[in-house]
Design a protein around this ligand. Sequence first.
Ligand SMILES: NC(=O)c1ccc[n+]([C@@H]2O[C@H](COP(=O)([O-])OP(=O)(O)OC[C@H]3O[C@@H](n4cnc5c(N)ncnc54)[C@H](OP(=O)(O)O)[C@@H]3O)[C@@H](O)[C@H]2O)c1
Length: 261
Amino acid sequence: MSENNRYTLITGGTEGIGLELSRLFAKDKHNLIIVARNKERLEKVKKEVEKEFNIVARILSIDLSVNNSCEEIYRFVEKNNFVVDNLINNAGIGSFGSFHELDMEKEEKLIEINIRSLTKLTNYFLKKMIDEKTGGILNVASTAAFLAGPKMNIYYASKAYVLSLTEAIHEEVKDYGIRVSCLCPGAVQTAFQNKAGIMKNDKTKGLMMSPKEVARIAYRDFKKGKVIIIPGFKNKLLVLGNKLASRSLGRKIVMHSNKSK
Ligand SMILES: NC(=O)c1ccc[n+]([C@@H]2O[C@H](COP(=O)([O-])OP(=O)(O)OC[C@H]3O[C@@H](n4cnc5c(N)ncnc54)[C@H](OP(=O)(O)O)[C@@H]3O)[C@@H](O)[C@H]2O)c1
């Protein structure tokens, strides 16, 4: 086993895009710190990557929607004298419905995970990377970041925040030798949509990318230092089309498409 103190920290590294990213970093001999809630899945992924790729995987069962969860992560890293040289803020949840009908307790969780924990972890580990003059941060947003999202209003807004924040930080720290990238996938075949109460029919499933393919492109482009990573030709086209169209047309299209879900 590769026993050094350098780690890639990945949130939500047990399922979907995060699991595939865990596998890719491990394959390249990065030790991992994986954060998610479900202990069984954490143990399973740890066993798999340690056996298959001969690396060390540390697992933290932490709910990122809970106050002080980020502090728990810093304490674990500090206590063990680990260096986090790649931070992958991947964990995120979605939600669906008209804004005035939303359950605010659930929405607060979304904001805690998609925005607050991503911001705090980025701030904490970026400072360390600047001291070390090396490192990389990959924040996972969505093509939703480029549009207003009727019926998925808070989710789209949360991803717009992630994209804007990540681009700004990229510009601020690029001269320190630190890579800061934002991954913006379109719909991906994971459990995410069901968990969020989206996509009640299977019609569009064939158009979705696999998490493996999304992670492959994300990993490759992150290593190259690309700032905004949009996997897949159709998604690139969608983002380009959105740039050319008016915002009012964009939000009408999203409303129409989300209404039919
Ligand atoms: N799938 C899509 O269509 C799609 C499209 C664009 C962008 N994205 C973005 O891609 C990222 C990953 O999505 P995915 O589709 O791979 O999701 P997924 O398959 O649902 O996996 C989510 C991961 O996050 C962890 N997680 C969820 N809530 C958590 C919490 N409160 N605390 C800690 N960990 C938590 C989950 O583990 P536990 O449940 O064990 O905690 C799991 O490992 C998200 O940021 C999402 O917004 C997804």
